[in-house]
Design a protein around this ligand. Structure first.
Ligand SMILES: [Fe+2]
Length: 227
């Protein structure tokens, strides 16, 4: 599973079997290994938050996703695309599957699109991405403002996404651990977690300052490669 290599592009469509004898064919999902150390996102996101987020929250979603796959007899080939194709049918399964499958996918995207590297938009974003941002939002500054405004608009827990839709970029939000791919076919370029667990230890209830700091951690090379 190589998320840097456009995580939504592998071809396998997920499948579901009811034969319990085939349980040994379950493919368990694992957290994505980070390309950086948890303390390297300092001073923007503190080590304690990164540790809690990666080793507790993300781990819990991953463990509970695997449990939900087994309990609901959902077999995948272990790829992300296979998981996504099953997640599109989440309405056929208990809520635990949607919450934990979404939580797993969302956190994989999030931890991959932040890093201590390539944080300078001008130097690191591709020409193609810059051109699309300009076409869709007028300027990078407008994009950043709109993205943060969407972040402010999320009531309670949720996410903000930069997506490709109809050859244009768009920003959307989802609540809880929902992911845009559950409802639409799109490419996800960037995901920002606005659950309080992503920032409360450092930023307390100040989501605005967390979002300012989040923007200093975005790996524009990875975001560009998802195009
Ligand atoms: Fe989170």
């Amino acid at each position: 599973m190589d998320v840097n290599n456009q995580f939504y592009h592998d071809e396998f469509a997920g499948f579901i079997k009811e034969d319990k004898k085939e349980k040994d064919k379950f493919n368990m999902y694992k957290r994505k290994k980070l390309s950086y150390q948890l303390n390297e996102i300092e001073p923007f996101i503190d080590t304690k938050t990164m540790n809690e987020h990666y080793n507790v929250h993300y781990k819990k979603y991953t463990d509970n996703l695997n449990k939900a796959l087994v309990e609901n007899n959902i077999y995948t080939n272990g790829s992300l695309n296979s998981l996504i194709s099953v997640l599109k049918n989440y309405e056929n399964y208990p809520t635990a599957f949607r919450n934990n499958g979404g939580g797993y996918l969302n956190h994989l995207i999030y931890f991959d699109n932040i890093s201590p590297y390539n944080n300078n938009y001008q130097n690191s974003a591709s020409a193609e991405l810059k051109s699309m941002i300009k076409k869709s939002f007028g300027s990078y500054e407008n994009f950043e403002k709109e993205f943060k405004n969407k972040g402010k608009s999320v009531f309670g827990s949720g996410w903000v996404w930069l997506l490709v839709f109809n050859n244009k970029l768009m920003i959307m939000t989802t609540s809880n651990q929902n992911n845009p791919l559950m409802k639409m076919d799109t490419k996800i370029l960037l995901g920002m977690d606005v659950w309080e667990h992503a920032y409360y230890l450092k930023h307390m209830a100040d989501r605005d300052s967390y979002m300012d700091d989040f923007f200093k951690t975005i790996d524009w090379n990875i975001v560009s490669n998802r195009l």
